[in-house]
Design a protein around this ligand. Sequence first.
Ligand code: TYM
Length: 327
Amino acid sequence: TKRLLSGIKPSGDLNIGGYIGALRQYVQMQNEGECYFFVPDLHAITVPQDPKELRERSRQIAAFYIAAGVDPVKNAIFMQSHVSAHAELGWIMETQAHFGELSRMTQFKDKSDGKDTVSSALFTYPALMASDILLYQTTHVPVGDDQKQHLELTRDLATRFNNRFGEVFTVPEPIIQDVGARVMGLDDPSSKMSKSNPNKSSYVLLLDEPSVIRKKFSRAVTDSDMSVRYDWDAKPAVSNLIEIFSVFGDLSIADVEKRFEGQGYGAFKKELAEVVVAKLEPIQQRYNEIIHSEELDNILKDGARRAAETADKTLRAAKEAMGLLVF
Ligand code: TYM
């Protein structure tokens, strides 16, 4: 049977890139096996966070999982920091990861580029991510394209550990979609849509109001060719918008092209905003109902309890295999 695990860092407000690349997949795949959807708060603190904001965002991410349609009864939804096995196995995985391979992680290079100081945790972050995944004997990890390299490393670490100490970990597979694996910025199709971009018009947030969403799409960059055609090499900005339309409008890429054949970008961008608004409205509504509720606290407490049960077993097996004294 399948075991799924994935999570979204509470390091900024959730944008539609994370929804399209990750959260949407959680909802689609949740009935395919046993699922663990967590909020990687320990990953968020690898860069400085305001304590009050971190606390709020952590709840927000969990509330969005539920609002988007993840069933908290069937699936464990929890905070990473509530299950101490993550940090513990994270240390153990650091002992298995090589300095050289961590140095080659493009996310570390991007995030440390031009900074005077970065935390040592930003560097060892992929070892903690491997621990997140391996603790649950995860078979499938639904992620966006930018996590591919981290998943490759997780597979290498699992295999290395198993070869040295015996079969303790399941070697996981990433699940990366064909459409929407890499949603690009609305201002620049050469950089990923990201919550850390200072230009607010470059992304659409899950909590943006309809008027803001319409404005952002109307400002989205296109090209001078005027045809709604899917071609990443020649028309990256428009191709990016077509993918967003395809996901939010539940249409294939070809159907989106057909629908706007002979029409300019104005009509396309207008309807794009409407399909996004229509999909986000019920999610926002449900989000507002649960964000300050005790129900959410209880879901997280219950989720952590269920997660710890599985995680502690794997942690114990890993310790025992390595020769740490276990009673
Ligand atoms: P994070 O928080 O940066 O992103 C969460 C998920 O959203 C996807 N994503 C995107 N997909 C398409 N287009 C985009 N513009 C876009 N932006 C974000 C990401 O690929 C990711 O799937 N290290 C992880 C969090 C993590 C994790 C894990 C994930 C920690 N431990 C274990 C899976 C399993 C991260 O920083 O994702």
